[in-house]
Design a protein around this ligand. Structure first.
Ligand code: SF4
Length: 266
């Protein structure tokens, strides 16, 4: 007797809370597309103290505004965290240096931007992959790529198991943003920057950093101090720019003083 086990395909949307993945979920809802799991991964600055690496207003929006609405629509929503965090990875000792033997025994320090970023690999992608591997069977992933992103779409078409609902329904980036606005699901993080990502990223914009300095002055002070620690292999926060964190801190201090003066006379 032959026994045939048929796994039904599962549909997953990896959700950053940004306009493209959020609009993909809205489109799935509007068009009755199958969606079994909305999965998000929260990068932590320091897990032990519960300090997130994401923009605080953005995380609040995801947890308190978007997630409850998606659940009301009947979707399962999970926000996972990895086993490690930014500070642990920053202070981790380099045991087998790949390029520079003199770095052996030193702490790794600041991440490099882009695909070489250890935060992306260990705190963002790995927890998502771990959760996806638990699903078992076949699954299809909805990816938030718009019709006006031809290069990203071209590489998506070469990848199995991933599709874009934004492409299926002809959405540009601007249309995705408008769709989120229509449902009250545009993250407040867009007031600070068009990028989504960790506040401690070298790509973070001045307004994002200012927000952290104002909301979490102690955490910010500690973060600025990382650049002055000894025995760090990658000791510069932004290896592409000459500006140090201390200099950025002084700029932000100036911004805060200017705002207070403005408030006094407004
Ligand atoms: S936002 Fe920056 S620090 Fe965070 S994962 Fe991406 S590249 Fe790394």
């Amino acid at each position: 007797m032959r026994i045939c086990v048929i796994f039904s395909m599962k549909y997953v949307c990896c959700w950053s809370g940004g306009k493209d993945s959020t609009a993909s979920i809205i489109l799935a809802h509007e068009h009755g597309e199958p969606l079994d799991l909305i999965l998000s991964s929260e990068v932590m600055y320091d897990k032990a103290r519960g300090i997130s690496g994401e923009n605080p207003a953005h995380m609040q929006f995801m947890r308190e505004v978007a997630k409850p609405l998606f659940e009301k629509w009947g979707y399962q929503v999970e926000i996972v965290r990895g086993n490690t965090d930014y500070l642990e990875r920053f202070h981790r000792k380099i045991e087998r240096p790949v390029k520079y033997p003199e770095h052996k025994g030193m702490e790794f320090g600041f991440p490099l931007c882009g695909d070489g970023c250890y935060v992306k690999r260990d705190c963002k992608v790995r927890p998502t992959d771990d959760r996806l591997s638990e699903i078992g069977g076949e699954y299809c992933q909805y990816v938030g790529i718009c019709v006006d992103e031809p290069d990203r779409l071209a590489s998506l078409h070469e990848t199995e198991g991933k599709i874009s609902l934004l492409e299926r329904y002809g959405y540009t980036e601007e249309m995705a943003m408008e769709k989120c606005r229509e449902y009250g699901l545009l993250s407040p993080a867009y007031q600070f920057s068009r990028r989504q990502g960790c506040w401690f990223c070298p790509n973070a914009k001045r307004l994002e950093l200012l927000e952290i300095k104002k909301r979490y002055p102690d955490v910010w002070k500690e973060f600025v101090g990382l650049e002055t620690l000894p025995n760090i292999a990658n000791a510069k926060w932004n290896c592409y720019k000459k500006q140090t964190l201390q200099e950025i801190d002084e700029m932000l201090e100036w911004d805060i003083r200017q705002m207070s003066i403005f408030d006094m006379f407004s």
